[in-house]
Write a protein of this length. Structure first.
Lengths: 325, 337
């Protein structure tokens, strides 16, 4: 990465980190309800991958989606207002934390059902292939999701038809309260596509430069018409699975050690300082990010509740006719 | 008598059955080491070992399919689907395998198994943590569908379900896991420890599937409800002062038609409640049953109060949930006819 690219990546990762911290605070204050899954610790994955994209490429992921959205350039305020269930949210309060979309930014969701987005992402890749475009579908899922049958049905179809899809397994070591060792007989998930001849790599997902390099190899492979590519990102989530997580399945020390030794933002920061970026320059980025997040939080509290009529819209094109009861 | 929450009652039922019957095997996502996201299986792996209580990978198709095979060859699997909203990948195995094995083998093989699933809304879970899919099961011949509304019933019905020789879908209205939520979301719930139905005897007892319970006797209108809506009905009856007879169905298939018919013949009016969407909901079946059997005794059209025909909303949960106000309005309306 060039110095400027790394500065940009630092900014983007920090934005996600601060956004998620703020979301956690608002949740604690009761301003956000329901299910909310934070991305803290995994920022390098989406930021590194986003740097490999061209206009028209698609991104699709699971419910742990705030980072992905911010990385595509979706606005922090629209994401935060969806978390608070307001009309200014990306899904006008209908989707919540797990379900947001942006055609403009090529973001196809935000999906609550574990594994479902993998087939959808394969369909996006089919559309690219059908249109003979250069575009690639970035299909993210967790290591827990990698045990769903439809993941392998998708692998087969993508390999069979040489569809331009990068399957990205975000291996953060846990699916809810169950560690990867307890749920998966495969230990090197990058080989999970081997039966279909899908090339795969394990990547240090805590290092944004390593992610970008691997992402570029994968994207080039897809754009050359060689079919799907699999990246296993070795990463870690610092916070609980969702906001209600008793955290009984791992030790505090384990989390502490990851934070201290391989934090993606700290790592980027050190690299920047070594490249003669000044503390003042970094401080300026910190302040900018803080302001954006604060503005998003304010907006998310001020934006009005959805209109009652919204209960009936977007079910089908024509709203269902309901008698008052 | 010991008091238990619904979670504790379910855990106790599993514990009792695992101790009595070595064929009982409990599994599902996060069920073993972690003890289940709602803690229904906490401690079971430690007590019975990982071959009797294990973590399944995230694969609902696999969980249900494996249970069918286990049941066909002599075990009594109790599988957990973490939320009913996640059963769809396993639905094919439920419908095409579990429900049909007995029929297509002319009784040679069966699938005695229980699939436990937390269901229903009121927890601000949006469209992927709030659904009430009971009608998708009651519509399938070859399945039993059970839904308790309180700890005492949960334990007795779960034991009966595990002992049953056919596949049983066991729906757990998660909003009443810790207390009888009555739809007043702005008021604190009474914990089960202070409710008579929180009393659950130790050891083994079974409540036969297919027996409804009359929760409140009344002469003016029969209310048919199950799960969380039983408590909503009680609140609505109390708040409107309508002399309602509230029947907790407990089991949808088999259905206690006799208790329903006896009550409607007495009251001449009927209101049916469920959280699930209205069109083709289980209320439609109930309405048809009542109409077919009690037509000449009905003094007013049967009314249904249900969820709207929309996906379960995120921000507008309380506009969707059929709470005590809506139920109360129906109770009054059916009396005005
Ligand atoms: C079909 C389905 N089954 C189960 C769940 C419940 N669930 C939500 S997240 C999760 C764990 C997923 O872990 P992983 O894929 O590793 O993603 P991570 O949460 O670590 O990002 C589970 C079991 C679900 N949402 N959908
Ligand atoms: Mg994971």
């Amino acid at each position: 990465m060039t110095r400027d690219q790394l500065l940009q990546a630092y900014h983007d990762m920090l934005l996600i980190r601060r956004f998620e911290e703020k979301a956690g605070q608002l949740y604690g204050m009761g301003l956000i309800g329901g299910f909310c899954h934070l991305y803290i610790g995994q920022e390098a994955v989406v930021v590194g991958m986003q740097a490999c994209l061209e206009p028209g490429d698609q991104v699709i992921t699971s419910y742990r989606d705030h980072g992905h959205m911010l990385a595509t350039g979706m606005e922090a305020r629209g994401v935060m207002a969806e978390l608070t269930g307001r009309s200014g949210g990306y899904s006008r309060g209908k989707g919540g934390s797990m379900h947001m979309f942006s055609r403009e930014k090529g973001f196809y969701g935000g999906h609550g059902i574990v594994g479902a987005q993998v087939s959808l992402g394969t369909g996006l890749a089919f559309s690219n292939w059908y249109r003979e475009s250069r575009n690639v579908s970035l299909t993210y899922f967790g290591e827990g999701a990698s045990n769903q049958g439809q993941v392998y049905e998708s692998f087969n179809l993508a390999a069979l038809m040489k569809l331009p899809v990068i399957f990205i397994i975000e291996n953060n070591k846990y699916g809810m309260g169950t560690s990867v060792e307890r749920a998966s007989a495969s230990h090197d998930l990058s080989k999970n596509g081997a039966a279909w001849g899908i090339p795969g790599e394990q990547v240090n997902g805590m290092d944004v430069t390593a992610v970008k390099e691997a992402g570029e190899r994968a994207a080039a492979h897809c754009r050359e018409g060689k079919g799907p590519y699999l990246l296993e990102m070795k990463t870690y989530r610092y916070r609980g699975h969702s906001m209600s997580d008793p955290a009984k399945y791992r030790t505090r020390e384990e989390v502490q050690k990851m934070r201290e030794q391989s934090d993606p933002i700290e790592t980027a920061r050190k690299m920047l300082l070594e490249q003669d970026v000044s503390e003042a320059e970094l401080k300026k980025i910190d302040d900018e990010v803080k302001a954006v997040v604060q503005e998003a939080a304010d907006f998310a509290q001020k934006s009005p509740e959805p209109d009652e009529a919204e209960l009936w819209t977007d079910v089908l094109l024509e709203a269902p006719v309901m008698e008052a009861r | 008598m010991p008091r238990r929450t619904m979670v504790e009652a379910i855990r106790d039922a599993l514990d009792v059955m695992m101790a009595r019957d070595p064929r009982v095997v409990v599994f599902g996502e996060d069920v073993g080491y972690f003890g289940g996201v709602f803690r229904c299986t906490e401690g079971l792996q430690r007590k019975y070992g990982a071959s009797r209580c294990f973590d399944a990978p995230i694969s609902e198709t696999g969980i249900i399919g494996v249970a069918v095979g286990m049941g066909a060859y002599g075990l009594r699997p109790v599988a957990e689907i973490q939320f009913a909203d996640y059963m769809y990948p396993g639905y094919d195995q439920i419908v095409s395998e579990a429900a049909r094995l007995r029929y297509r083998s002319a009784g040679e093989f069966t699938a005695p198994m229980v699939v436990r699933m937390p269901c229903g809304g009121g927890i601000f879970g949006g469209q992927t943590h709030s659904q009430s899919p009971e009608a998708l099961f009651t519509h399938v011949a070859g399945l039993k569908t059970v839904i308790p509304s309180n700890p005492y019933d949960a334990k007795g019905l779960l034991i009966a379900a595990i002992e049953d020789d056919d596949p049983v879908i066991f729906l757990e209205p998660k909003r009443v896991y810790n207390g009888p939520f009555n739809g007043h979301h702005d008021q604190p719930i009474v914990p089960w420890a202070r409710h008579p139905l929180g009393e659950t005897p130790d050891g083994h007892y079974a409540i036969p599937l297919g027996q409804a319970a009359v929760r409140r006797e009344g002469a003016a209108v029969t209310v048919l409800a199950y799960g969380t809506m039983v408590h909503v009905a009680e609140a609505a009856a109390e708040e409107t002062g309508v002399d309602a007879e509230i029947i907790d169905l407990r089991s949808l298939v088999p259905l206690d038609v006799e208790t329903i018919v006896r009550s409607v013949m007495k009251t001449g009016r009927c209101v049916i409640l469920h959280e699930a969407t209205r069109t083709s909901g289980f209320g439609a079946e109930l309405s048809a049953q009542v109409q077919e059997r009690c037509f000449h005794h009905l003094e007013a059209p049967i009314l249904r109060v249900t969820g709207w025909d929309t996906p379960y909303p995120h921000a507008q949960e309380w506009d969707y949930f059929p709470g005590p106000d809506r139920v109360g309005r129906a109770l009054r309306a059916v009396l005005e006819e």
